[in-house]
Ligand binder design. Sequence first.
Ligand code: DGY
Length: 325
Amino acid sequence: MKILAYERVEKPVLDALKEKHDVRFFKNIDTKQDKEFIEFLSEADGIIGLALDVNKELLEKAPKLKVVSNVSVGYNNLDIPELTKRNIMATNTPGILTDTVADMAFGLILSTARRIPELDQFVKNGHWTESLTEEHYGTDVHHKKLGIIGMGRIGNAIAKRAHHGFDMEIIYHSRSRKPNVEKEYQATYMDLDSLLQESDFVCLITPLTKETEGMIGKREFQLMKKSGIFINASRGGTIVEQDLIDALKNGDILAAGVDVFEQEPVDSNNELLKLKNTVTLPHIGSSSYETELKMSQLAAENLEAGLSGRKPPNLINPEVRAKKI
Ligand code: DGY
């Protein structure tokens, strides 16, 4: 089979795929212009990779495609209705990255509250002896109120850390109530506005969909406490980025930690990169050595299953399988 691999697939997984298939790996290319990519795509049976924009335009150039295997849990890069219409299976890698992303989200909570990256620079630049004052103090995390927007697997793992490790009070907003979270972490369900008003930390971890696109903007930031800290570990598109910049500059909120941006890789002129009260990461929530490898392995399993006519373990559009096999 012909497999088009797109960044990021870990090397051992790529090597194993190459033993069985005709695999071509692409990285940092313009998928609309690159001739080799377009030529290989026209023959490809499967795609495996992270964040390749699989839309109608691309699918028109891929008449043989049977499976698109995302190396991520989020699949906002895939046009699912279009894939389904064309009888192409779409898969993702849920579950295995939950704790890794939750660790990173918590890292952002701690880094922003205790100003860890800023103080790291302060020490390394030799300022400690001269000028350590209360201006460098941070704000406590323990015993504060954490508002989680999106209570799926990762939201749950963040709540677990907050409740058991940091004695935080958990409030949450989600499409549906989660009785297990309410019981295990004494979490309270709230409407979005009340959550924004009450939280010391707001952590956004909802998938990007038509319903969640731009869900946090000027109005929402202004509802937050002026001492509030905002964490985005979902997708850049779930917030209005310019409104976050304004809120940070105007003092509507205290600080922000973001792993995701509207445009990725982020433009070096993006104002978020210039703000002292913002901690920025390169969309790296799931990227530990261990988890990246597991994600690539699971994505390869999904791909192989789909190509051989079996049901992939993480099929997003089961309607396709019903029609095909
Ligand atoms: C995911 O798996 O969705 C991570 O955010 C990486 O894209």
